[in-house]
Design a protein around this ligand. Structure first.
Ligand code: FAD
Ligand code: NAD
Length: 367
C-alpha cells in the first residue's frame, strides 16, 4: 500500500476509523499532530465517493473510498487542532446500520511524499465575472457542496480546461473579493467562494478560452500548492511588497493577513509596477486602504506612462529599490516579497541581493 517510508516518517503515519448513528456517519483520521489546522485538510464528497487528504509535514495521507450506501451531498469537516483529529460528518440518506464503510479506491489509506501525490481537481461553478481593468477580470467560483478546501495565504491553485482536445492547466492565485472585506469575518458560506483576478491575453492559450466561460458553467480547480508560510511574516516589523502587473495577486491575501493578524507589524509598503495607469489593479481600493490604515503605503511606478503622469517612471531598478526598501529602525526585522513577470523577479532579486539583503529577507512567489 505505501511506498517504503524512511524511519523518520513512520511514526507520522495517520490512521482512520469510522462510527455511525442512525442518521449520520463519522469518518475520523487521527494524525497525531499537535498543530493540525483546517488548511491542511482537503476533502471531497462526490457521487458517493469520499476523498479526504491530510497534509502532515512534507507528506500526504489519503482516505479514498466508495461509500457502501447513499449519503447527502454536503458534509461537515471538523478539525481538532490540538489533538490532531480530523472528522468528516456525513448524513445518511436512509437510517439503516452500515456493515462496512465502503470499497477502497485508488491510493486509499496511503501516506506518500506530498510532491508524489497527484493534483486532484473538482468542478467549480462560475458565479460571477466583473471587470477590474480593461483586460483583467475578477472571477468568482463556487466549490461544490461536498468540498472542503481553504487556500493558504500566498498559495495558488491550477485551473484546467480542455482546449482543442488537449488538457491545459495554468496556476492562479486566489484573492479577496475586495479590500473592503478585509479584517471582517466572512460569512460562513463565503468559504465556498474563491475569487481570482485574471488578466486576459488576446493571443494567449488559456485565458481567451477562460474568458468565454459563461455564468453557471463549470471549470476544474485543483488543490492548493505553494511555498509561502505564514510563519515568514509572523515576527516581521516591516513588510515590503514588489508587484509587477498581476504579480499583485499573492499580495492581496498577504496584505490582509499581515495587517489583520501580525501584531508587531509597523509598516507594509507596496511598490506596484505597471505599464500604464489604466493597468493598475484595484487602484482606488489601494489608495483607500492607505488612507484607512496608517501602516500601509503604496508607490506606483509606470513603465509606459502617458505624458500627464507625474509619478514614478521606469522598470525595477537598484535606485528605485534602495529608496523604497529602507528600514525605519536600525535592525528591525523585514520581509521583501516579490512577484511579477519572470525577468522582473530575477532582476529584482539580483538588485536586492546587491543591496545586501539576505535570502531569508526575500520571498519570491513562484509555481
Ligand atoms: P500564454 O499563452 O502563456 O501567453 C501569455 C502572453 O505571452 C500572450 O500575450 C502571448 O502572446 C505571449 N507569448 C506566449 N508565448 C510567447 C513567446 N514564446 N514569446 C513571446 N510572447 C509569448 N495570472 C493572472 O492573471 N492571475 C493570477 O492570479 C495568476 N497567478 C499565477 C500564479 C503563479 C504561481 C504563476 C506561475 C502564474 C500565475 N499567473 C496568474 C499567470 C498564469 O498562470 C498564466 O501564465 C497567464 O494567465 C497566461 O496564460 P495564457 O495561456 O492565457 O497565455
Ligand atoms: P505586464 O507585462 O503588464 O508588466 C507589468 C510590469 O512588470 C511592467 O510595467 C514592468 O515594470 C514589469 N516588467 C514587465 N516585463 C519586464 C521585464 N522584461 N523586465 C523588467 N520588468 C518587467 O505584466 P503582466 O502581463 O500583468 O504579467 C504578470 C506576470 O506575473 C505574468 O508573467 C504572470 O505569470 C506572473 N504572475 C506570477 C504569479 C506567481 O505567483 N508566481 C502570480 C501572478 C502573476
Amino acid at each position: 500500500k505505501n511506498k517504503v517510508l524512511d524511519n523518520s516518517c513512520k511514526e507520522l503515519v495517520p490512521s482512520y476509523d469510522w462510527f455511525q448513528t442512525d442518521g449520520s456517519l463519522t469518518v475520523v483520521i487521527y494524525t497525531k499532530q499537535k498543530d493540525m489546522n483546517s488548511e491542511l485538510v482537503i476533502a471531497d464528497l462526490q457521487e458517493g465517493k469520499l476523498r479526504g487528504e491530510v497534509i502532515v509535514k512534507d507528506y500526504s495521507y489519503l482516505l479514498h473510498v466508495e461509500l457502501s450506501y447513499a449519503v447527502h451531498e454536503d458534509m461537515i469537516v471538523q478539525v481538532s487542532e490540538k489533538v490532531g483529529k480530523v472528522e468528516f460528518i456525513l448524513k445518511k440518506k436512509e437510517a439503516a446500520s452500515w456493515k462496512n464503510l465502503g470499497q477502497p479506491l485508488e491510493s486509499h489509506d496511503s501516506f506518500v511524499k506530498r510532491s508524489d501525490r497527484g493534483l486532484y481537481y473538482r468542478r467549480c461553478r462560475l458565479l460571477s465575472k466583473t471587470d477590474v481593468t480593461h483586460d483583467t477580470r475578477l472571477f468568482c467560483l463556487m466549490l461544490p457542496p461536498g468540498t472542503h478546501l481553504q487556500v493558504p495565504v500566498g498559495h495558488h491553485l491550477y485551473l484546467r480546461q480542455t482546449i482543442a482536445g488537449t488538457e491545459i492547466v495554468k496556476p492562479y492565485t486566489p484573492v479577496l473579493s475586495s479590500f473592503e472585506s478585509m479584517g471582517k469575518n466572512p460569512p460562513q458560506n463565503d468559504k465556498m467562494h474563491i475569487f481570482f483576478m485574471i488578466k486576459i491575453y488576446p493571443s494567449g492559450l488559456f485565458t481567451p478560452v477562460l474568458d468565454t466561460l459563461q455564468i453557471g458553467e463549470y471549470i476544474s480547480v485543483s488543490n492548493p500548492e505553494g511555498n509561502f508560510m505564514k510563519l515568514q511574516v509572523e515576527d516581521v516589523e516591516e513588510l515590503f511588497l514588489l508587484a509587477g502587473g498581476t504579480g499583485f495577486t499573492p499580495m492581496v491575501k498577504l496584505l490582509n493577513y499581515a495587517l489583520t493578524s501580525c501584531n508587531i507589524l509597523r509598516t507594509a509598503k507596496l511598490m506596484f509596477f505597471n505599464k500604464m495607469e489604466e493597468d493598475i489593479l484595484w487602484r482606488n481600493q489601494l489608495e483607500q486602504l492607505a488612507l484607512d490604515d496608517a501602516r500601509f503605503d503604496i508607490q506606483l511606478v509606470l513603465s509606459e506612462p502617458k505624458e500627464e503622469w507625474t509619478g514614478k517612471q521606469g522598470k525595477i531598478s537598484s535606485s528605485l529599490l534602495s529608496q523604497f526598501v529602507k528600514r525605519s529602525t536600525h535592525g528591525s526585522k523585514i520581509l521583501i516579497c516579490i512577484c511579477g513577470p519572470l525577468p522582473f523577479m530575477e532582476q529584482g532579486v539580483q538588485f536586492l541581493q546587491d543591496l545586501g539583503h539576505t535570502s531569508e529577507e526575500i520571498h519570491c512567489f513562484t509555481a
